[in-house]
Design a protein around this ligand. Sequence first.
Ligand code: WQD
Length: 345
Amino acid sequence: MSRKTVLVTGGAGYIGSHTIVALAEQPDCAIVSADNYSNSSAKTYDRIERITGKKIQHMECDLSDAEQVKALFGKFPGITGVIHFAAFKSVPESVAFPLMYYRNNVNSLINLLETAEKAGATDFIFSSSCSVYGNISSLPVNEMTVPGKTESPYAFTKVIGEKILQDFTAVSKKMKGISLRYFNPVGAHETGLLGELPNQRPNNLVPVITQTAIGKIPEMQVFGSDYGTRDGTCIRDYVHVCDIAGAHVKALDFLEKNASAKKYDVFNLGSGSGVTVLEAIQAFENVSRRALNYKVAPRRAGDVEAIFSDSSKAEKELGWQAKRSLREMMESAWKWEQHLAAEGA
Ligand code: WQD
């Protein structure tokens, strides 16, 4: 019997699948994945097995349906920890379809917390986002930074989610929670066998870059070159997805080992450096030795001008630091895109 059983929601998705790979290396950790495949595929579990040699138990589940969540915990009794990734995550899509985002992202969290507590789970990690900070002038941001006005319904679902977790763990007898605020997770597993694989045309910068380079997208757009930044394009804090995955293992260990840990806490997960869109494109061109076909387009609704992190709290308390460079992020993303092309995906 494993020491702990961890439910990973969104486990067939980008960050969820990389976190499962990282968890699979932990001794005595049984893993269960739940996903509705709205932005992923069950094929991901085969990719995880090729890397880890482990078959991951999984169930297709719409977490916004309370009955399906109950069935999930009934099928897999003894879940001790939950890492909750499953959510819609596109900034522009949330601007266009706000109710879809509020219904899915908020209801799923409520259903999970309610059922997980009844099932005896004690540790809950919430996948949050730097987008909770909104447009912030004082950079870098740390966990004490007072958030600005959020720029999209997506971001606001993360603000609400953090508050729900904080309020719930405050009164729950056994449940403790951590919100992890990711900056911009990019890149792919070093084997090239696992990476970001959105079901539709991607919205995020790096998969758009690699799909443009491989020819899936004829010409990409740079959304705005008139921002008040060093080259006029938006600044983000890109962090390798495998570093983000490792942070989840550390956060779970932290909750498990620190019985006296606060009922709720928040940590930034970023590299601490800001990179503009044009610098990211340049970094990719240096790696792939291919000129990228792009044109400057109007600004995108919901984008903030600049944001990057101070992640020293995660370093001090979780023992976590982003290790992989922007070059490694682009190299791994490109290797994955080329692997997909070879697969005929
Ligand atoms: C980055 C920059 C775009 C595409 C993401 C996720 C969100 C959350 C926070 C984790 C922006 C520009 C993009 C393109 C471009 N992540 N861009 N052309 O919006 O910062 O948010 O990180 O929880 O889920 O969406 O990331 O990659 O969409 O955009 O110029 O074709 O790249 O304008 O400045 P974003 P992104």
